[in-house]
Design a protein around this ligand. Structure first.
Ligand code: MG
Length: 294
């Protein structure tokens, strides 16, 4: 381990850097990795529709006192970032609009960077994030973007998308979620419809939201994933995706969580806890144990 440590910073290192790196390696070996960023899922973790998870508003305040950088990473495709921000503020959460990292935002960024003219299968409330990308005539469309759009999941619209894909248009999935939690129970996500189009057109989609590693890394910026924690209720998209990048995943048993979810991925979640407030308590306890260097 000592040799690996020295190699990782080069033989011509100074003694201070060597000691700092050694401390870090020892902490990692002991499971006490300083946390330098926390990514938090929204739907099912902080709230379910217009109801906050009990204790979540205060827990977020406690976490903010630790001064760890926080980002809110969401696959929500039903609402623009502004709508989402206003909903969360209305529920009492303290956050800034720019802290919300949404898969819708990542999708519009991808479309602009590749100069694509999409057929948009997203909810009307999400169109605001696609300003300038909504007015193409059918014959000009050369990409299919699919989010959660219940009003568009009918034979006519899906067939239109299918024909575009047959002509070589890329299929861009805002995410691949199988289902999500509504106040009246679990409901189908866009994943089954993406999979149906892939099957029919014999193609593969590009997924821009969770669990894509690129999505998590873009939210983290320059932070090493080994020093980051993801808190979420989706064992595959939140926890599996984050852990594949090297983050630690904290699975909360609220929202879409179902008994046994923790055994659906390998490796299993780093931490399983009842709800977001408990996840925050565990993080803050780690902070105290590591001498405040969280
Ligand atoms: Mg969720």
């Amino acid at each position: 381990m000592l040799l690996e440590c020295i190699r990782s910073i080069g033989w011509k290192c100074n003694i201070t850097r060597l000691i700092t790196r050694l401390k870090e390696v020892i902490r990692m070996a002991a499971g006490k990795v300083p946390v330098k960023a926390v990514l938090i899922d929204l739907s099912g973790t902080l709230h379910v529709e217009d109801t906050a998870i009990p204790g979540a508003v205060d827990a977020l305040k406690r976490l903010r006192h630790s001064n760890i950088p926080i980002k809110f990473v969401t696959n929500t495709t039903k609402e623009s970032r502004r709508c989402l921000y206003e909903r969360l503020i209305g529920l009492g959460f303290e956050l800034k609009e720019g802290e919300i990292w949404s898969s819708l935002w990542a999708a519009q960024d991808l479309l602009r960077s590749r100069n694509l003219q999409p057929m948009l299968m997203v909810d009307d409330a999400a169109l605001e994030d696609f300003s300038g990308l909504t007015d193409f005539k059918e014959e000009e469309q050369n990409a299919v973007v699919i989010g959660l759009a219940p009003n568009m999941f009918n034979y006519s619209q899906l067939n239109k998308a299918f024909r575009l894909l047959l002509n070589g248009a890329p299929l861009i999935a805002i995410h691949y979620g199988r289902y999500y939690k509504r106040s009246d129970g679990l409901a189908l996500g866009p994943g089954p419809f993406v999979r149906g189009l892939e099957y029919a057109a014999d193609c593969r989609s590009e997924v821009v939201g969770k669990p894509s590693s690129a999505f998590f890394q873009s939210a983290l910026g320059d932070t090493d994933p080994a020093h980051a924690v993801m808190i979420g209720d989706d064992v595959r998209d939140d926890i599996g995706g984050a852990q594949a990048l090297g983050m630690r995943g904290f699975l909360v048993q609220t929202g879409k969580y179902r008994p046994g979810d923790e055994s659906r991925i390998s490796p299993s979640p780093a931490v399983v806890c009842s709800h977001f407030p408990e996840a925050v308590d565990i993080l803050l306890k780690e902070c105290a144990q590591s001498g405040g260097d969280l």
